[in-house]
Every structure is written in structure tokens, then in C-alpha cells.
Ligand binder design. Structure first.
Ligand code: ARG
Ligand code: ZN
Length: 876
């Protein structure tokens, strides 16, 4: 069954109130739902009420408190239809279902994770709890009663404010919660169990005190301190930057160890993958801290962008997700280094979203059809959705963007809205016409922009010719030209920015050039000497730019641009052709030549103490093997790409040995550990230096020493990675892997790192190692984090291991997908996207990848999730 946006219509019945009573039991939980409805005005009086279900068993059904005549309803596992209902008066349906949380391995609906009852309802999990109009445009006020065994479940939580609780029989107790804010079912949450808590308070801008509680497994409380700090900073930031205040007396976060995704913004009761809550210096890396900060903020920000204003239907997912990612990006940029954050965002967008947008799974930010909504929680909806929001801010400017956001909050508070509603707020608030711009929501594919420039000294003009090409994507063969806002600067000899305000050929506002035609030539006058053009500064538009700039021009940008993102981009643009050439040479069996000027730029940047260490670390992290594959654009041989890139790394390491040695000494971070961005940047730079020194020295000794000296997980895991990835056969490596395993044997999140480091050891032999790790007592096929850290790391982050020439890793992968799918379809479907770029591989690998996909396609009883992905990957 395919759902189409064009088929949207409101429900026939309006839901007025929801009362739920849960009698919790690990295997037989009883759910009583009392729902008050009335028929919507104008709806056919004969129309039945049809409620969604998924795998449900009903034990009783009352109509206005009286048992219902079976002739009036049809109860199936996937739906409940009730007929002969009142024409206009409200009525009450009381439905009882029995569910088995312990057996719920899908982790959708109500399940148990390590003895804790918890829920995940977005997108369509609520229907696995009770029959319901399970769609985001049905908003109601909920009262929740939870009854459970007291000893095992001292804690009984749900959305909203706590009403009260008491004993219930000899060994049970109950608690009641009331959420005054109307909400859709996907925001419902329940948690019960025995957990520790970290408590704090936050005073809002109008002086209300909010109780903050983060619940974690007993003994892990100290590891929730950073999350609490991030939460308070998020609450403050949303008041200061977006004028948004929290709206309940209590805000709770619960960390669970079995969770399909990162976290969930349930009203007043966020539920998190514990990976994005728990941190201390001994067990969390700087990246973990940054992720926790970003995800705590993301879920908190959803309270306004998602919960107060929700989505009319799931096609509008980017309305809350793209916008909320934009908000968390801005938050992190304010908390940390803005340019470094931007570089990381763009790296992520290019490595995850660009391949999605250019492959068989490409879809618009606002799709128009889906077979399985779970498969649309994608980097296109999230990250490209965020970029589209950022472009609105770029086009309208800071004030215009703020006016539009304020109007959005004012006009749509309490609504289930659409992307059109959102865009209209910016038009109404500023008078801007965003009609062409809105194509960003509707046309899939990454625009390709080709640029050339001509400087005319006699006329003192610079002509910039731009052409946009929009690649065909599944279902969208032809595209209209888009409105592409490109931040730019014309940089003079001395690094100064030239006045670019006298221009013909198109619209330029301040430092933004608006490309709106398929091809357009902008002519800048009064330019007295040839400038270097810095284009798409700050990555103002999510495009691929083809602009042949000389090495000298790129070096000029890398040295002088006041936009540090643009500097990093220039360094990357200098490196990419060297890396692609190296890959081609390796593929042809020829020696790899490394340009001296690239080495020179990189070492100059590395040694430049004026630059932030984190920025330098980003510059030294050359484009990845998958970046190079994308640049090559097809017929890819991952082994050749690896060999070519390695040759470049070796050349850089050897030429820069003394620079790296100096950095390594200079940037040792002393004193007590602090996760702040500046310290994290120094650790990143020093660990980059460690990698290059180890390469130059060809000896595991230095990394083994670094491991022994490390007092935090960033340094520990980096040293272990250098050992495992660079010296897999060394005795130091085996010993260190063992020591690490023993030291962290009782910490699952750290063991995830141990699995991931080993699963990403380059080379064909890693597959066998992964197989043996699956037999480790630490492996847990039912835990999504563990599966992702082993199988996911091999498939997504180990090109030479996954794409080994004989195709053995593909068939292993197919077996794994078929094994995981019956337990957890969402996890299986997400992993399967690792094969989305199979057509980019050289033909023998592509052929073997296709065979693996066909094996999956022929699997027995495939879930809709996996069926949808495999069909699309094979078809396009
Ligand atoms: N709304 C959650 C978040 O962004 C993610 C929910 C994902 N749901 C899913 N079915 N994949 O923060
Ligand atoms: Zn979100």
C-alpha cells in the first residue's frame, strides 16, 4: 500500500479526550482506552469510525459504558471499525487491548529495555498499544493512569504534569498524569521501572520554575551531569534566540539502552538512546559530548517546533525535523566554534545526504508518497531540510527570518501544519516571494552549479557565469531552475574584500548572489584588479559547485578568506583532485604522485598557531574514501581509492614529520579533563598529529605510549584506532584491544566503540574478524547500538572491508539483514541503505552487490520496511 499526499483528508470523527489506563505486566499488559469522539460536521451520518491498530488483540469494547453489540464492529489486528454511531452527539468508546512488552523486539509501541517499560510511538507506534486514530493531525488532551508492581517499578512516568498516586492492592501502586497540551498520539510516552535520577531546576524568562529530571540506570547518575547542563543551556538559548519558553512544570528525560534511533521528543518526557545522555571523561569522547549537547537540544527544541506546532501528516515531517535540526545546528554553533561546526555539518551532509540524493533512494525534502514512513526519517528530510531553512534565513536576513519565525509561532501554535503554512509565514512577515524558492522542498537531487569567471582589466569588470543543472531523480525526470542563494566575496591581492555592489545580470543582496535562472551572467563593475572569487561561502546552498580555480587562487582563499568555512573548502578543493588522481593511478597500477603544493598548504595550515586547533584538525582530516568515490562518480574501486589516499597520507606524514612532532608536543592538554570545544579541538589536532607521526614512523610504539598515557576516552580510543587501523598485526595492538575490552567489559557504550574500531580496520580480512566478534559474549543481536557498531560500521564506514572484491561481505550482509528483519525491521531497513550506492561500483563488485540485494529481495516474509528499501535500491 502506497500513501499519497494528494489523498490527504481530515478524519470523519473528532477526538475530544483520551483517558488511558495501563496495568503493566512484562508479558500481559492491559491497556484500557476511553476515547470521546464526535462526528465532524458535514460527514456522512453512515460513515463508520475506523481506528488504526498493529498486531493488536482486543478483549473488550464498550459504547457509552455498555458492552457493544458485535454486529456493530469489526476488530482485526490492524484495525477496528465501528458502525451505527451517533450523527452529531459525542460518544465514548472504551476499548481494552492486551499487549506483550517483553516480546516487542521491534522497539515500536510499548516495550521493555533492560527491565524498564518504555515507549516509542513516532511515527506509527501508538497503534501497537491501542486502537486509535494514529495520525499527527488528531490532537487531544490525555489523562494517563499507570498501575504496576511497586517493587519492580517505583517509577511511573508519562507526559504532562503529575496528578497524584497511591498504593493499589497489596503490591501495586498507581500514578496519574495529565497533559494539558493537546497532542497527537506520536508524542505519547510512558516509562516505568526502577531508575536513578539527577535533578535540577530551570527558571524560565517569565519566572516560572521548572523541575528538570534525567532518569538513568542506578549508578550512572554522575554520567548524566553533562546532559543536564546541556538541557539548561538549551532552555536558555531557546528563550534568548527564538523567544520560546517551556510550558509545563516538569521536563523529564529517560535514558534507555535499547532504542532504534537517537532520541524522541515526547511531550515533557523525552526518551533517549542512553548513548546520547551518558558521558564522563573516562568513557565518552569529545564527539560523544558534542552529540549529547546537540541531541538534548534537538529534542528540547521540538517542544515548540514539533509539539506545540506539529505536522498535519507525515509528508510534512521536515516541517518539524528540518527546522529543529537547523535550530540545534545554530545552538551548537553558538556554544562552540561556528566555522568548525559548519565544517562538520557540511562533511556530514556530503557524506550522507549527497549520496542519498544522487542514488535510488533520492526523494524531495517534502515527499509526495511513501510505502513505509519509517524509511523517510532520512538525512534528506533532516539535514537537507535544515539547509533549506538556513537558506530562508540567508535570503531574508536575520531580521526577516526572525519576523517569519515569530509569525509562525503566533499563527500556528496548537496547529497541525504544513510546509506551505510555514513558507507563507515568511512571505507574509517580509513581503518576500518564496514561490521559486519553495522548489527546494519539492525537487529532489543535489543541484550542480558550474561557474566560470572572466576578468576584463580594461573595463574593470568581473563576469561570473553560472549554470545550474538539476539531475533527474526517481519519479522526477525534469526539473525547474531553483533559487540558489550563494554567499560570495571578491577577494583582492592583499586579502581585502572588494566592493561588489555595482552589478548587472541578476540580483545581489549584500554578500548574497541569487542564482534564479538556468544560466545567468553577473557582471561586477569597478573592479580594479583581478580578484579571487570565493563562492558559496559558509556553504550557503547545499549544491555541488564546479568552479575551476587555479591552485594559486585556492591557496589565496585558504590563506585570506575571512570565512573559515571557505578556507577549509579551498583546502578540500585543493586536495580532492590530488586524491582522485591518486585513486586513478592506483587503479591503473601506476605510481601515485602527490603534489608538493598540497602538502605545502596542509603543513602551513597545520602549523599556523593563529588558527583554531579544531579547524586545523578538520583540514588535516583529508576527504574520506567515500568523498573520493563520490568525486570519481562511478566505476569505483574502493581498494584503489584506499591505496591512492594512503599514498597521499604517507607523503604528507613524511614531509610533515617535524611539524607533527611539534604539534604533538605543543598541544598536550594538561590538567583536569574538560569537554569544552577548545580543549576538544586541541585533542583533535594532537590526535591527528599522532596519526601522521605513526604513519611516518611506521611503528606502533608511539600510539601504544599514547594509549598508556591517556586519561580520557577521546585519547584512548584514538590511540587504539591508530593501533588497530595502522598496525593490525602488531602485538601491541592485540594486547591493547584485550586490555580495553577487559577494562570496559561492563560498559556497553564503550564496548560499542571497541566493536566499531575493529569493524573499521581496512582490508578484506576484517570480515572474518567481524564474524568472530559476533561470537563474542559482548555481542547482542537485540541491541541496536551493538548491531550498528559492528555490522553498521563494517557496512557504512569500512569501504575496503565491505566492498571486498569477492563479494563475501555482501553475502554476509544479506544474511544479517534477513536475520535482523524479523526482529527489528526498522533497524534492518536502515542498515540496508548501506548498499544504496551499489551502482557506483566497478562492474564486478556491482554485480555481486546486486546479487546480495536479490537474495534479500527473495527473503521470506520481508517487512514492509526492508521490502520498500530493497525494491527502490534495485529498481532505480
Ligand atoms: N522525532 C525523533 C527525532 O528527531 C525521531 C523519531 C524517529 N522515528 C522513526 N520512526 N524513525 O528526534
Ligand atoms: Zn527531531
Amino acid at each position: 500500500r502506497i500513501v499519497h499526499l494528494a489523498d490527504y483528508r481530515p478524519t470523519d470523527f473528532v477526538l475530544e479526550r483520551v483517558d488511558l489506563t495501563f496495568e503493566l505486566d512484562p508479558t500481559e499488559t492491559k491497556v484500557e482506552a476511553r476515547l470521546i469522539f464526535h462526528r465532524r460536521e458535514g460527514v456522512d451520518p453512515a460513515a463508520p469510525l475506523v481506528l488504526d491498530g498493529d498486531d493488536l488483540t482486543m478483549t473488550s469494547l464498550l459504547f457509552d459504558q455498555i458492552e457493544m453489540d458485535p454486529a456493530r464492529y469489526t476488530a482485526l489486528p490492524e484495525s477496528l471499525e465501528i458502525r451505527d454511531l451517533p450523527e452529531s452527539t459525542p460518544f465514548e468508546i472504551t476499548v481494552v487491548t492486551m499487549i506483550n512488552p517483553e516480546a516487542n523486539t521491534q522497539l515500536m509501541g510499548l516495550y521493555r529495555s533492560n527491565g524498564i517499560y518504555c515507549t516509542q510511538c513516532e511515527a506509527e507506534g501508538f497503534r501497537r498499544i491501542t486502537y486509535f486514530p494514529d495520525r499527527p493531525d488528531v490532537l487531544a488532551v490525555y489523562t494517563i493512569n499507570i498501575i504496576a508492581d511497586k517493587a519492580a517499578n517505583p517509577l511511573l512516568l508519562s507526559n504532562g504534569n503529575f496528578l497524584g498516586g497511591a498504593g493499589f492492592g497489596p503490591d501495586k501502586h498507581f500514578a496519574a498524569w495529565f497533559d494539558p497540551h493537546p497532542k497527537p498520539s506520536y508524542l505519547f510516552a510512558l516509562v516505568a521501572g526502577d531508575l536513578g535520577v539527577v535533578e535540577d531546576t530551570f527558571t524560565t524568562m517569565t519566572g516560572r520554575e521548572v523541575a528538570l529530571k534525567i532518569y538513568v540506570e542506578h549508578g550512572k547518575e554522575p554520567r548524566a551531569a553533562y546532559a543536564m547542563d546541556a538541557l539548561k543551556r538549551s532552555m536558555k538559548w531557546d528563550e534568548e534566540v527564538f523567544g520560546r519558553e517551556y510550558d509545563l512544570d516538569i521536563f523529564m528525560i529517560v535514558a534507555v539502552s535499547n532504542f532504534n534511533m537517537g532520541a524522541m521528543e515526547n511531550k515533557g518526557l523525552n526518551i533517549f538512546n542512553d548513548k546520547y545522555v551518558l558521558a564522563d571523561p573516562e568513557t565518552a569522547t569529545d564527539q560523544d559530548y558534542a552529540n549529547i549537547e546537540a541531541i538534548i537540544a534537538h529534542e528540547y527544541f521540538h517542544n515548540w517546533t514539533g509539539n506545540r506546532i506539529t505536522c498535519r501528516d507525515w509528508f510534512q515531517l521536515c516541517l518539524k525535523e528540518g527546522l529543529t535540526v537547523y535550530r540545534d545546528h545554530e545552538f551548537s554553533a553558538d556554544m562552540r566554534s561556528r566555522p568548525v561546526k559548519r565544517i562538520a555539518e557540511v562533511r556530514h551532509l556530503r557524506s550522507e545526504q549527497f549520496p542519498e540524493d544522487s542514488g535510488p533512494l533520492a526523494h524531495p525534502v517534502r515527499p509526495t508518497k511513501y510505502r513505509e514512513i519509517n524509511n523517510f526519517y532520512t538525512t534528506t528530510v533532516y539535514e537537507k531540510g535544515s539547509e533549506v531553512t538556513r537558506m530562508i534565513a540567508t535570503i531574508l536576513g536575520r531580521d526577516g527570518f526572525k519576523k517569519g519565525m515569530d509569525l509562525y509561532f503566533e499563527r500556528h501554535d496548537g496547529d497541525a501544519s504544513t510546509v506551505e503554512d510555514f513558507v507563507k509565514c515568511f512571505e507574509d512577515a517580509t513581503g518576500a516571494d518564496l514561490n521559486q524558492f519553495a522548489l527546494w522542498y519539492h525537487q529532489a537531487g543535489t543541484p550542480q552549479v558550474t561557474v566560470s569567471s572572466v576578468y576584463d582589466a580594461a573595463a574593470s569588470t568581473l563576469s561570473l557565469s553560472l549554470e545550474q543543472m538539476l539531475p533527474a531523480t526517481p519519479g522526477q525526470p525534469n526539473k525547474e531552475p531553483m533559487h540558489i542563494p550563494l554567499r560570495f566575496a571578491l577577494i583582492g591581492d592583499n586579502g581585502a574584500e572588494l566592493d561588489a555592489s555595482i552589478v548587472t545580470g541578476g540580483k545581489v543582496t549584500a554578500d548574497v548572489l541569487h542564482l534564479t535562472e538556468r544560466s545567468q551572467t553577473f557582471v561586477f563593475s569597478g573592479i580594479s584588479s583581478r580578484p579571487v572569487v570565493s563562492l558559496n561561502r559558509g556553504f550557503s546552498a547545499p549544491i555541488t559547485l564546479h568552479f575551476e580555480q587555479s591552485e594559486a587562487d585556492l591557496a589565496h582563499i585558504a590563506r585570506h578568506d575571512s570565512d573559515h568555512f571557505a578556507r577549509w573548502q579551498a583546502i578540500t578543493d585543493s586536495a580532492l583532485p590530488v586524491l582522485t588522481k591518486a585513486a586513478r593511478a592506483a587503479q591503473a597500477g601506476e605510481p601515485v604522485a602527490v603534489s608538493a603544493s598540497l602538502v605545502d598548504i596542509l603543513l602551513t595550515v597545520a602549523a599556523d598557531e593563529e588558527l583554531e586547533p579544531a579547524f586545523r584538525a578538520q583540514a588535516l582530516a583529508l576527504p574520506s574514501e567515500s568523498d573520493i568515490a563520490r568525486e570519481l562518480g562511478g566505476d569505483n574501486d574502493p581498494d584503489a581509492i584506499h591505496v591512492g589516499r594512503e599514498a597521499v597520507l604517507v607523503a604528507l606524514a613524511k614531509a610533515g614529520a617535524s611539524v607533527f612532532a611539534a604539534l604533538y608536543d605543543r598541544h598536550a592538554v594538561t590538567g583536569a579533563f574538560s569537554p569544552d570545544a577548545a580543549s576538544a579541538g586541541r585533542r583533535a589536532l594532537r590526535n591527528a598529529a599522532l596519526t601522521f607521526l605513526s604513519i611516518a614512523e611506521g611503528d606502533p610504539k608511539r600510539a601504544a605510549e599514547a594509549y598508556a598515557a591517556a586519561n580520557n576516552m577521546t585519547d584512548l580510543s584514538q590511540a587504539l584506532s591508530v593501533l588497530a587501523h595502522r598496525f593490525p598485526e602488531a602485538k601491541e595492538t592485540a594486547a591493547t584491544l584485550q586490555a580495553f575490552e577487559a577494562r570496559f567489559a561492563d560498559n556497553p557504550l564503550v564496548l560499542d566503540k571497541w566493536f566499531a574500531i575493529q569493524a573499521t580496520i581496512p582490508g578484506a580480512q576484517t570480515l572474518e574478524h567481524v564474524r568472530s566478534l559476533m561470537a563474542s559474549p559482548h555481542y547482542a543481536a537485540g541491541n541496536p547500538n551493538r548491531v550498528r557498531s559492528l555490522i553498521g560500521s563494517l557496512a557504512f564506514s569500512n569501504p575496503t572491508g565491505f566492498h571486498r572484491k569477492d563479494g563475501a561481505a555482501y553475502s554476509f550482509f544479506a544474511d544479517q539483514i534477513l536475520d535482523i528483519d524479523p526482529r527489528n525491521p526498522q533497524l534492518a531497513a536502515r542498515l540496508l541503505t548501506a548498499l544504496r550506492s551499489w551502482r557506483m561500483l566497478e562492474s564486478s563488485r556491482a554485480d555481486k552487490a546486486r546479487q546480495a540485494l536479490v537474495t534479500i529481495e527473495r527473503g521470506p516474509n520481508l517487512s514492509t520496511d526492508v521490502r520498500d528499501i530493497v525494491d527502490r535500491i534495485l529498481k532505480a
